[in-house]
Design a protein around this ligand. Structure first.
Ligand code: PLP
Length: 500
């Protein structure tokens, strides 16, 4: 009997679909060992093709990026950094890492790039410890007249540890759109640092730079941190720089969410963090559209410190993912990508105004970036969690998100976060945004809260009207049929051979 690959090749005539050949060949290898994993991969393709992805932190990376990840580079240990490794035989990993780093520096105009971090959470830890090393450890060693930590007595080392843990961090409050790693109590960042979060203005929902300055002058943090997971506006980093200089802080920016808008030259000048910050961290898989991972961009002053991400925080790097980062950075340094980034923003603005036209209340009254926060409770009487569940039943993925100072708290929430990076990667444009806003409004109007066992409204349960659900699904399907994810891949063939 022919294998799936042989069968596929037999169906091909003059026009060999090489992407599909590679996919089938890979899945065939996987299925030989564990068919259910090949099945799950194909089912995920079907899932992603059949849902409208409005999750602001997700995207679709290229098949080239995926191919760079799926290979033997994963087998290599390469602790250290290029040309300074704790393992032999790293010449090719050195080449991969240096290529990715130089591509990142070119793309963002950065002094130095460190491309090893595996995720946004650990890249922030690496950045924190690079700053602590530069600003606390080095001066302490100099004061004591020793060269290395190993020269300290046990008492001196203990005193240094106390010093590390008494430094102040000032980042955007989690409840106002900051990330967990920016000093939230449940995260190691608030246990490592003395955390003094700043908020957004209660009336406008906007960052109030004068209030941040006032707070920073009182707190005098070691690190002033800008960046967010859920804030729908651009940030003036020149202003943040002024504040950091005035209060003597290191300026760190976590641009995980909007890195693609920086790479794509949507955010330039005062809105470009790389120009103004000492250290910039980012994930590579959100608007930037690369593999799941992260990196640091920094001024020369911090390069030697971030290079010590391993052994400080990280173990061995993931060479296959660094290879994929190199591909994604190269792809992002093109006119096509710049057009994409501008379309992400144009689609977000169009979607925001289409939602407002239908009576939805948007946090800050709109968006400048790739995301918006919609106050669901005040418009539809539903929690964010209920809206998330109702939309999922109708083929739309998005997430519940707390609004600033949300009375419903961080779990149930009054709001949802909606983003355009993924749908723009599919090719959708501003004319499609009206239909998407209409589907959201149609479903949410046709949804009511489910009931608890004792008949009270349940915050997490929904009942979506059956006809609304059926119609909404049809409408989602109609849009997605115009913009097929990875059109090179023949889903029917893959299902027939790998989903049994
Ligand atoms: N930083 C910000 C601003 C984020 O939004 C996120 C994730 O959502 C992270 C860091 C963490 O990234 P990861 O999930 O890759 O650890």
């Amino acid at each position: 009997m022919n294998s799936p690959l042989q069968t596929y090749l037999l169906t091909q005539k003059d026009n060999l679909n090489t992407a599909m050949v590679a996919y089938v060949a890979n899945l065939e290898q996987v299925a030989k060992v564990k068919p259910s994993i090949a099945r799950d991969i194909v089912n995920e393709l079907e899932n992603q093709r059949s849902h409208l992805k409005l999750i602001a932190s997700e995207n679709y990376c290229s098949l080239a990026t995926q191919a760079a990840m799926g290979n033997l580079l994963t087998d290599k240990y390469a602790e250290g950094y290029p040309e300074h490794r704790y393992y032999g035989g790293c010449v090719n990993v050195d080449s991969v890492e240096m290529t990715a780093a130089r591509e990142a520096e070119k793309l963002f105009g950065a002094d130095y790039a460190y491309v090893q971090p595996h995720s946004g959470a650990d890249t922030n830890l690496v950045a924190y410890w690079a700053i602590l090393s530069a600003k606390v450890e080095t001066p302490t060693l100099e004061e004591l007249g020793v060269k290395s930590l190993n020269d300290l007595t046990a008492e001196q080392f203990d005193a240094l540890r106390v010093k590390f843990c008494n430094q102040k961090l000032m980042g955007l409050d989690y409840s106002c759109g900051g990330h967990l790693t920016h000093g939230y109590k449940m995260n190691v960042s608030a246990r490592m640092f003395d955390s003094y979060p700043y908020g957004v203005d209660k009336e406008t929902g906007l960052l109030d730079y004068d209030a941040i300055e006032k707070q920073a002058m009182e707190v005098k943090p070691l690190i002033l941190l800008a960046g967010y997971s859920a804030y729908p506006r651009s940030i003036n980093f020149r202003r943040f720089r002024e504040i950091a200089d005035k209060c003597g802080a290191v300026l760190m920016v976590d641009m995980a969410h909007f890195a693609g808008l920086v790479a794509g030259k949507v955010f330039t000048g005062d809105e470009d963090p790389v120009k103004w910050a000492d250290i910039v961290t980012t994930t590579t898989h959100k608007t930037l559209r690369g593999p799941r991972g992260a990196m640091i961009l920094c001024k020369e002053e911090f390069a030697d410190y971030v290079n010590k991400g391993c052994p400080m925080v990280l173990g061995g790097p993931l060479p296959h993912v660094m290879a994929a980062k190199a591909i994604a950075f190269k792809e992002a340094n093109t006119k096509d990508y710049q057009d994409y980034a501008h379309n992400v923003q144009a689609n977000a603005k169009a979607l925001a105004s289409a939602c407002q036209k239908r009576g939805m209340k948007l946090q800050t009254g709109g968006t400048d970036n790739h995301l918006m926060l919609i106050d669901i409770y005040s418009t539809y009487g539903l929690t964010g969690k209920q809206a998330e569940a109702a939309m999922f039943q109708c083929g739309v993925t998005l997430n519940a998100n707390a609004l600033p100072y949300d009375p419903m708290g961080a779990w149930w929430t009054s709001g949802i976060r909606v983003g355009t990076p993924a749908i723009t990667s599919l090719g959708m444009n501003t004319t499609d945004m009206d239909e998407i806003a209409d589907i959201l409004d149609y479903v949410l109007k046709g949804t009511k809260a489910g009931l608890t066992k004792d008949g009270k409204p349940a915050k997490g349960k929904v009942i979506v009207d059956a006809i609304v659900q059926e119609n909404a699904k049809k409408r989602v399907k109609a849009i997605l049929s115009k913009y097929v994810l990875y059109p090179e891949l023949d889903l029917d063939f893959l299902k027939k051979h790998f989903v049994k």
